[in-house]
Structures are given as C-alpha cells and as structure tokens.
Design a protein around this ligand. Sequence first.
Ligand code: SF4
Length: 387
Amino acid sequence: MTEAQTVNPNQQKANLLGMSLDKLKVFFSELGEKPFRAVQVLKWIHQYGADDFEQMSNVSKALRAKLSEVAEIRPPEVLQQLDSADGTRKWLIRVDGGSAVETVYIPDGDRGTLCVSSQVGCSLDCSFCSTGKQGFNRDLSAAEIIGQVWIACKSFGQLEANGPRKVTNVVMMGMGEPLLNFDNVVDSMNLMMEDNAYGISKRRVTLSTSGVVPALDRLAEVTDVSLAISLHAPNDALRNELVPINKKYPIAMLLDSAKRYIDKMPDQRRKMTIEYTLIKEVNDRPEHAHQLAELLKDVPVKINLIPFNPFDLSDYERVSNNALHRFQKILVDKGFIVTVRTTRGDDIDAACGQLAGSVNDRTRRSERYRAQRDDRDLEQPVRLIGS
Ligand code: SF4
C-alpha cells in the first residue's frame, strides 16, 4: 500500500461503483495490484451485483481485506419502487445531500429502456419540463448515475442470475442536462458499454441534450453513443421561450454541432433523434410542422413526437389527437421517419417530462414557481359546486 492509501479513519473510502475500467486499473496499480484485478472486481460489481468484497470468491482473502479498508461499493438508496400496470417501473432514489432523483424503466416488446437522471434538478428551466420547475441542486456523481443502472438490473434479477437482459437500452434523458455533468456522464456511459460491465451496444446508449454546443463538440471527441436533440420548436423565437438555452446556442449552431457529431460516427447509417414535445396551440400547428421539415431537410434524423404530459405548475395543455396526427402526417409526407411516444406509466407519474424527484433547490426557482401558481389560484373566481 502506498502512502496515499494508508488508512486514515477520517478519510472517505473510495466508492468503486462509479469507476470506469481505466480508473479502476489506476486504483489497483496504486494498491500495488495487477490490472486484471480491476477486471475481476468490475465484473463482480456490475455483472453480479456485488456490493460487498466478501462476495468476490476469486479474489484473495488478503486483497478483500485490503479493499474493505480503503474502498466500498455504495449504490444510492432506493426510497421507493413503483410498478405501473403497463410494466413501467419507477424508482425514487436518494442521493447524498438529502435530495432524490427518479429513474424509469419502460418495457416495449423485447426492448427495455432505462431513462437515467444525470443531475439533481436542472439549471436550464425549459418551460414545459417538470424537472426544470424543481430548480437545481448539483451534479450526480458517476456512482449515482451508473448506480441507477445497477439498481434497475438488480431489481430484475439480471445481475445475480446473469439471466435474460431486461435493460437493453439506456437513455440519458431523465432529470438534468447530461452535457452539463460531462465527465461523470461519460464515465457512466463507458461503464454501460463496457463488455466487463453491462455490455450495452453504443447504438443502444443515447445521450439527449437540449443543446450545450461546446460540450457536444467535446463529446464527439470522446464517444460515439447515439444522440438525441431536444428541439421542441422549429424556429428560434419559439425555442427561446421553450428551451431558454437556445438564446445562447441558437438552432443553426446546435444543428451544425449535431451534424458534426453524426459525421464523425464510423457508421454512416446512424441518425440522430429529434425530440419534439407537442404542446396544444404552442408548437403544434401545421406551419410549425412545415418549418420543421424545412429545417431538417438535410439532416440525418428520425423525429420522435412526444405529446406534452401536463403537470402541476404548468399551464400548457396536451396536444389534441387531431393536431398530433396532422403534424405527424405533414412530416411523413415530406419523407421523414416519425414516431409518436406513447405515454407509459401514467398511473405512477413516470411519463416523459414528469420526472420530479425531490430537489433541495439551491436556485429558489421552485419557490418562485409555486408562488406564481398560488397567486394565479387566488385570482381565479370562486366557483360554487354545482354552479
Ligand atoms: S428538458 Fe432537460 S434540459 Fe430542459 S429543464 Fe428539463 S431536464 Fe433540464
């Protein structure tokens, strides 16, 4: 053990859960151990769900003892697991500091998609998003991000039994803007794709961003996971209202960066996904669909339409079925691949845009939104029941 690893009872133990294989190798070399030990331990953690070094039967007793002195495997705590009638499962997960984030699993045929959070709340305040209304507390650590995958896989018995895979896809689309927590998100995605961990293909790991352009350019240098852009509007004036970061990085700049990202991918067949939340009489008109088609005519995309899911603190309304189908038809007629995200997990508030968790808001934004709502409620005329 080097001087750096001399045990100090006041020193925090290193949490191995969030360490990528490279970081684990460095950790073991500093312990004076061979790199293959890192692979062994990584497999125990992520393929067998071990959270105690004593479970690692092919690791020597002496090394297990040394590891328990300086390290731990500490997943975040599950406060609540909710199961929807349609098979959707949602977890409320406590993270250090007293806040909680949400993770959702959505089964669909032989595919199971896990929607993972990257931050406690979100600093970006998109006007249609429940997470944005919660304000912001902090970035999640890599252990707290990959811990969501670990918890989900373990809840399905996938880890211990090494059985059929339930989590086949991961989308970084839960609470938070993943590109604002760059290093921890990249480390976590690397663990998702690592053969000695979850072994999920890069086509099945998707990062969704609202458009932090410099970070997206940086992302292209370190990975080629699938990309989704949260666009939600076909022009800058409207997007400035719905996705305020657009004022800093307008649509043209964002699409250029996204195209550069896609162009660097070795597999030219890959397309980026455009996420477009349809909100009644805000961005659902035929002229919006025509503008969107024009905007994306030279971009390799598939378009995912998401009917807005109403939530407390928002005045927006769900798009009508007629407007949804009209919007979709215009795009399909122009040659786009267009899917509509069906609402899942309605009975457990797990639908897209509804993830709220419990955020110790450092920005006081949630307080302001609640005050605005209360003022509005007071202004409503009192209606007598039956009137
Ligand atoms: S849509 Fe994404 S980026 Fe925008 S406020 Fe919600 S979590 Fe943040």
